[in-house]
Design a protein around this ligand. Sequence first.
Ligand SMILES: *[C@@H]1O[C@H](CO)[C@@H](O)[C@H](O)[C@H]1NC(C)=O
Ligand SMILES: *[C@@H]1O[C@H](CO)[C@@H](O)[C@H](O)[C@H]1NC(C)=O
Ligand SMILES: *[C@@H]1O[C@H](CO)[C@@H](O)[C@H](O)[C@H]1NC(C)=O
Ligand SMILES: *[C@@H]1O[C@H](CO)[C@@H](O)[C@H](O)[C@H]1NC(C)=O
Ligand SMILES: *[C@@H]1O[C@H](CO)[C@@H](O)[C@H](O)[C@H]1NC(C)=O
Length: 751
Amino acid sequence: MSSSFLSSTASFLLVLLYIGSFHESDGAQQGTYIVHMAKSQMPSSFDQHSLWYESSLKSASESAEMLYTYNSAIHGFATRLTPEEADSLMTQPGVISVQPEQQYELHTTRTPLFLGLDVHNAGLFPETGAASDVVIGVLDSGVWPESKSFSDEGYGPVPTTWKGECEAGTNFTASHCNRKLIGARFFYGPVDESKESRSPRDDDGHGTHTASTAAGSIVEGANLLGFANGTARGMAYRARVAVYKVCWKPKCFSSDVLAGIDKAIEDNVNVLSLSLGKRKRDYTNHIAMGAFSAMEKGIFVSCSAGNDGPSPSSLSNVAPWITTVGAGTIDRDFPTLVTLGNGKSYIGASLFKKDALPPKLASNNATYGKSCLSGTLIPEKVYGKIVMCEKGENGRAEKGEVVKAAGGIGMILANRASRGEELAAYAHVLPATNVGQKAGDIIRRYVMTDPNPTVSIVIQGTVVNVKPSPVLAAFSSRGPNPITPNILKPDLIAPGVNILAAWTGALGPSGLASDTRRVEFNIISGTSMSCPHVSGLAALLKSVHPEWSPAAIRSALMTTAYSTYKDGQPLLDIATVKPSTPFGHGAGHVSPAMAISPGLIYDLTTEDYIDFLCALKYNQSQIIKVSRGDYTCDPSKTYSVADLNYPSFAVNVDKSDTYKYTRTVTNVGGAGSYSVKVISETTEVKISVEPAVLTFKEVNEKKSYEVTFTVNSSKPPRFSSFRPSGFNSFGSIEWSDGKHVVASPVAISWT
Ligand SMILES: *[C@@H]1O[C@H](CO)[C@@H](O)[C@H](O)[C@H]1NC(C)=O
Ligand SMILES: *[C@@H]1O[C@H](CO)[C@@H](O)[C@H](O)[C@H]1NC(C)=O
Ligand SMILES: *[C@@H]1O[C@H](CO)[C@@H](O)[C@H](O)[C@H]1NC(C)=O
Ligand SMILES: *[C@@H]1O[C@H](CO)[C@@H](O)[C@H](O)[C@H]1NC(C)=O
Ligand SMILES: *[C@@H]1O[C@H](CO)[C@@H](O)[C@H](O)[C@H]1NC(C)=O
């Protein structure tokens, strides 16, 4: 029963991807248009601009859907229309212009557009001054300073507050820094100088990719082997970058990481981006400790949630003073069409250069190579064939290398169950495509049972406006929080699948030493890619609101994040092809244009975090380890984790009881009254909020409220076919003054 539900949902998703991928090539008349609206002309019959926009759109097209709504400096929306519908929309009252989106197809990191940060929205964030004084420190594998993403053309002098340095070393001199890349340091590690540079130079690619994602300069005509061609830029593309090379082949050692954080604090960075980590049992680990000090200095620390999903409790970097970032897809795919000799076709994903494809690949004999481990393929069986390999046991790039070395001419790489239908694309060293688990099962059966199996792979290039998007990535690590279940993690998700950004000149796009290709940009996936998106967005918020604490910035990003699509349906999780939950997406997908004006924020101070450690019964030596301060918990005081002023709620139920959480919100909007709305999916827990209205007369005024979770069942609610979440139940608490919606996710777990 449940498995047939799963499979039909899965094929539904495949169909959606399939349609998306033919949008460009089928010559359909539809195109994406950006519609600018005259806000002041909104008829009085509407009280929300979005409703007016919807209504105007509906009168021009029955079927068109909002892709984006732009709310601030630019008023309007994006949608897909035929030219006739566009002409008709142009005649509607209040419509200023209806422009086809060709220019956006060129925006390639594409994530600025996907996040609503397209050129027409540029006025939302300052372009100069404050924006270019913000410094993002990236702790990673270093930097390739020659990349155009670090060009300083048009940048003013280095901010006077900057105290960092450009450290020279192997193949790296002080003159490699400039007004964009204002600092570069390295922290020894076990350097094998025959393999990598003892300097800030990035011989790996990862650090160059993350740094350019956070704050890369504008680069036109950026692409990987022709894929995703367009204009690349980082999130905070006016901000400055400082790199701290703390990762070496093969890994990042925490002593180096902590040293990097130390120096970054002294150098006066404003944001720290760490796309690294490991699962930990408590907060006395180096990243958490270093991050605590940074937080104390007002530095926003953004970390990747980990790539250990979809297993529960697989998160890294869960300290509450860190912003923990999971990963979702964007609306761009790199589809391939895999057609079997029996005529059946499946969609995969590939970044193999289209015009380098041998014509022979049109239809070829196929064979099955299991995991395609080095030394396991028999050349006589593989020669001239397309080889099907399974993920796991060795690296996926290495599988391609093994197949190629054995004489194979192509590869189909099937996901294992854990990655489900996720279609991350890779720049393999031979023509290859990744396929989802379901297609993989069918193709394997065919290749193993058909007496003369043949397969063709057609690489289709780049398609955009893929729906649904975002979808939670299967690899994105999941909650519950393994250290403190009463603090919900991850905090939010951001783009992390098939992300284009700058690359090292020392290694090919597959990351294999044998790969002699060199590319300026590469497309890779991971929470390593989503973390620097949030680091860059935090820098943008910092430039608009320099007085905001790291907790305030995180609160703004979280309470304005979205967890449904435009049609109100919940975001999907590609691992289950069912609705994602706050254990996967936290508060939801980041929505930067909304985060500028969150209405209310949940602020936190150093003392609040110390109280949190006291609530966890940390002894004094543990507290000193984390905080470096000489704090003692007051034995006469009752500390509660439930009182940490976090913008989300996680409740751990061990018996029928009431659980009380207090929160304090700070008004950062105008005067007004906020009313609460509670959404809960279970009747076993009653959620009540007191008071239900919060009235603010002035900016920075604080108001507190209490949430009571009354549980009348010590057993979890029964599985619901609508949202079979097992031992968990989810909901949200939303405050709204009619202009802002300040939303907090709720996750209730029965232990
Ligand atoms: C330094 O750069 C040169 C030229 O790019 C290269 O040949 C050499 O291998 C590099 N040295 C190291 C240690 O990376
Ligand atoms: C990328 O797009 C630019 C601008 O349209 C075009 O000039 C260039 O040829 C394209 N490059 C590739 C590799 O497609
Ligand atoms: C495929 O294999 C068959 C025998 O099974 C052989 O006759 C044929 O030539 C092969 N085709 C190619 C393209 O290698
Ligand atoms: C504090 O707690 C840690 C971890 O449980 C323990 O190893 C340490 O001995 C304790 N220190 C003191 C002073 O109690
Ligand atoms: C708990 O209370 C709710 C609402 O009062 C009720 O609908 C639900 O059936 C109760 N559950 C149990 C297990 O008693």
